[in-house]
Ligand binder design. Structure first.
Ligand code: HEC
Ligand code: HEC
Ligand code: HEC
Ligand code: HEC
Length: 477
C-alpha cells in the first residue's frame, strides 16, 4: 500500500527563532487541564465583528483592532473557499453512499453551534468564524467592549459563552476540538482514505503556522498593553508542554468516544488513524539485500507492540514518553499515562469495553497532572536532556522524529527568547539539517508527495549528533 494523503503539517518549517528582546521570566505556575466548558448562546456570525470601530480598524495588520483582516487571510478565514474546492468535493464524492454526510465536515470547516446542532447555512460563507474560538456571542456581543466587562472574571465571562482563549490549556483544547477531533467531529481512516489530510496536531507548530491576530509575549505587546498579563520568554517551552498535555487528553478522549461508538457505521473499530500509518503503508523491500528482517520498521519497536501488530499512538505518545524519561518531575506522576492503553490497543481486536476502562484511567491521570512548566535553567536542561534521549532512543518512525524535532525547536526558541546570544546562525543551520531529513520527497512529475516516503531514522540520528555538543549543559542528565 502506498501512502498518499499525508498533510505536510509538520511545520517543520516553523519560523525558527524570532530574535526578541530579553524580559524577565515569570515564575512558573502549575496548570490543570480543566474539563471542557459547555458554552451557552448561539452563533451570530462574523458580520457583527467586522465594523471599522470594532475588529476591522484601518491600521497595519497585526495592530490591535485589525483582527478581522488578519483572520480573513488565515486558513480559518478562508475556509469557505475550501468548501468550494475540488479536493473537498472529491472527498464527498468518494464518500457517497456511506454514512458520512457533509454535516460532519461543516462541524469543523465552518462555525459550529456549541450544542452540536447544524449551523444555519447562511453562515457558511463566514468560514471558521471568530465565534469558533471565542465562543457564541449571543450573550456578550453588545457588552464585551464595555468598561465593566474588563472587571469581570474569566469564569463570569464564560457563563455568558465567552471562551477564555488566554488560558493556554483551554486554548489548546479548543484548537484540538477540530485539529484532533472529538465525539461529534471525527476524521477517521475512512475520511483519510477518501482523501482527507491526516490530522497530526502539535500546538507550537500550529501556533507558528497561524497568522496571529494577537500578541502572546510581553516582548511583542503594544506599548499600551498590560505586559503583566502576557507570557514571558518562556512562552514557547510552556506552550510545548501544555500543548502536549492538552493534546494527549483530547486524543484519549477521542479514543474513548470511538470505543463507545465502536461498530456503528461511522465508527469502524479499531480505528486505524490511531496507529502508526507506516506499520501498514509501506513497501516490503528489505534494507539489506540478504536479510529479510532488515527494514527500519523491524528494528526498534514501540514498547508492548509485538512484531506484526501496528503500534498505537505513534503521534501522541512520543512527547510524554520522552518527558517521563528525561524530566520525571515535569511529566505526569507515575510514568507514561498511555502504557496500559497502548498495550491493550496493540492486540489484534481490542475489546471496546476494556478500552473504555483504560481510557477513563488515562484521562483521570492526565486531568490530575499539575503541569508545571520549566524555568530558564529547566529549559536548558530539558533541551540537553531531549537531545541525549533522542540519541539514546533513535526515532522509531517519522512521527517519533517529527515530535522530537518540534519539541527541540520550541525549547530552542525559548532559549533564544531568554538569551538572544543563545541563537546563532550555526545553531539555526543544525535545525535546518534536522528539518531536511523530515521533509517530504521532492515533487515528481509535478505531483507533490504528501507522505514522508523516504524517511530514514539513521539520517535523523546523524543530523542530531552535533546537537549533543552544542546543547550540552553541565548538569544535563
Ligand atoms: C474533526 C474536524 C474535521 C472534520 C470532521 C473534517 N475536517 Fe477537513 N480538515 C480539518 C482540519 C483541522 C484540516 C486542516 C489539516 C491541517 O492542515 O493540519 C482539514 C483539512 C481539510 C482539507 C484540506 C484543505 C486544504 O486546503 O489543504 C479538505 C479538502 C477537507 N479538510 C475536507 C473535509 C471534508 C470533505 C470533510 C467531511 C467529509 C471534512 N474535511 C471533515 C478538520 C476536519
Ligand atoms: C482559530 C481560533 C480563533 C479564531 C477563528 C479567531 N480568534 Fe481571536 N484569538 C484567538 C486566540 C487563541 C487569541 C489569543 C488569546 C487572547 O488574547 O484571547 C485571540 C485573541 C483575540 C483578540 C485579543 C487580541 C489582543 O490584542 O489581545 C481579539 C480582539 C480577537 N481575538 C478577535 C477575533 C475576531 C474579531 C475574530 C474573527 C474575525 C477572531 N478573533 C477569530 C483565537 C481565534
Ligand atoms: C472549528 C474548528 C477549528 C478550530 C476551533 C480551530 N481550527 Fe485550525 N483549522 C480548522 C480547519 C477546518 C482547517 C483547514 C482549513 C482549510 O484549509 O480550509 C484549519 C487550519 C488551520 C491551520 C493551517 C494548517 C496548515 O497545515 O497550514 C492552522 C495553523 C490552524 N488551523 C491553527 C489553529 C489553532 C492554533 C487553533 C486554536 C487556537 C485552531 N486552529 C482552531 C478548524 C479549526
Ligand atoms: C492497520 C493497518 C492500517 C493503518 C494503521 C493505516 N492504514 Fe491506511 N489503509 C489500510 C488499508 C488496508 C487500506 C485500504 C487498501 C488500499 O486502499 O490500498 C488503507 C487505505 C488508505 C488510504 C487510501 C489508499 C491510498 O493509498 O491512498 C490512505 C490515504 C490511507 N490509508 C492513509 C493512512 C494514514 C494517513 C494512516 C495513519 C494515520 C493510515 N492510513 C493507517 C490500512 C491501514
Amino acid at each position: 500500500v502506498r501512502l498518499r494523503a499525508f498533510v505536510p503539517i509538520v511545520t517543520v518549517a516553523a519560523g525558527l527563532v524570532a530574535w526578541s528582546v530579553r524580559s524577565p521570566a515569570q515564575p512558573p505556575e502549575p496548570e490543570r487541564l480543566a474539563p471542557p466548558a459547555q458554552l451557552v448562546g448561539r452563533i451570530q456570525g462574523v458580520g457583527g465583528c467586522a465594523a471599522a470601530g470594532c475588529h476591522n480598524a484601518p491600521l497595519a495588520a497585526g495592530k490591535a483592532g485589525t483582527e478581522y483582516a488578519v483572520w480573513n487571510a488565515d486558513p480559518h478565514g478562508r475556509a469557505f473557499a475550501t468548501l468550494q474546492s475540488d479536493v473537498y468535493k472529491n472527498i464527498l464524492t468518494r464518500l457517497k453512499g456511506t454514512a458520512y454526510t457533509e454535516e460532519l465536515c461543516l462541524k469543523c470547516h465552518a462555525t459550529p453551534e456549541p450544542d452540536g446542532s447544524p449551523l444555519p447555512h447562511e453562515f457558511l460563507a463566514d468560514g471558521i468564524g471568530c465565534e469558533s474560538c471565542h465562543g457564541p456571542s449571543e450573550k456578550w456581543r453588545t457588552t464585551h467592549y464595555q468598561q465593566t466587562w474588563k472587571n469581570r472574571s474569566a469564569a463570569d465571562k464564560l457563563a455568558d459563552g465567552f471562551f477564555n482563549t488566554k488560558d493556554l490549556a483551554a486554548r489548546v483544547a479548543k484548537c484540538a476540538e477540530c485539529h484532533v477531533g472529538n465525539e461529534t467531529k471525527d476524521v477517521n481512516h475512512d475520511l483519510i482514505a477518501a482523501g482527507h489530510p491526516r490530522l497530526n496536531f502539535e500546538y507550537t507548530a500550529c501556533h507558528e503556522l497561524l497568522p496571529r491576530h494577537w500578541r502572546d509575549k510581553a516582548s511583542e505587546a503594544e506599548p499600551w498593553e498590560d505586559k503583566s498579563k502576557k507570557f514571558g520568554p518562556d512562552f514557547e517551552a510552556k506552550a510545548w508542554l501544555i500543548g502536549q498535555a492538552a493534546t494527549a487528553k483530547a486524543a484519549v478522549e477521542l479514543t474513548a468516544a470511538r470505543a463507545k461508538l465502536a461498530g456503528q457505521s461511522t465508527h469502524p473499530w479499531p480505528e486505524f488513524t490511531e496507529y502508526g500509518c507506516f506499520a501498514c503503508h509501506h513497501d516490503l523491500k528489505p534494507k539489506e539485500k540478504d536479510d529479510i528482517g532488515s527494514t527500519w520498521r523491524q528494528s526498534p519497536r514501540y514498547a508492548n507492540t509485538p512484531p506484526g501488530s501496528p503500534p498505537w499512538g505513534t503521534w501522541v505518545r512520543p512527547g510524554l514518553e520522552a518527558l517521563a524519561r528525561v524530566a520525571p518531575t515535569l511529566a505526569p506522576p507515575g510514568g507514561d499515562p498511555f502504557a496500559e492503553l497502548s498495550a491493550l490497543l496493540s492486540q489484534p481486536s481490542p475489546d471496546p469495553k476494556q478500552v473504555s476502562a483504560k481510557t477513563a484511567a488515562a484521562i483521570r491521570r492526565l486531568t490530575d497532572w499539575q503541569v508545571s512548566p520549566p524555568d530558564a535553567a529547566g529549559i536548558r536542561k530539558l533541551l540537553a536532556g531531549l537531545v541525549a534521549d533522542g540519541l539514546a532512543h533513535p526515532p522509531r518512525d517519522w512521527d517519533d522524529a517529527a515530535q522530537q524535532y518540534l519539541a527541540l525547536t520550541a525549547l530552542y526558541q525559548s532559549l533564544a527568547d531568554l538569551d538572544p546570544t543563545a541563537a546563532s546562525p550555526a545553531r539555526r543551520d543544525l535545525f535546518l539539517g534536522l528539518r531536511k531529513v523530515l521533509a517530504y520527497p521532492p515533487a515528481v512529475g509535478g505531483h507533490q508527495s504528501n507522505s514522508p516516503g523516504g524517511f530514514a531514522p539513521e539520517k535523523y540520528s546523524q543530523a542530531l549528533q552535533p546537537f549533543a555538543t552544542e546543547f550540552r549543559t553541565p548538569d544535563a542528565p
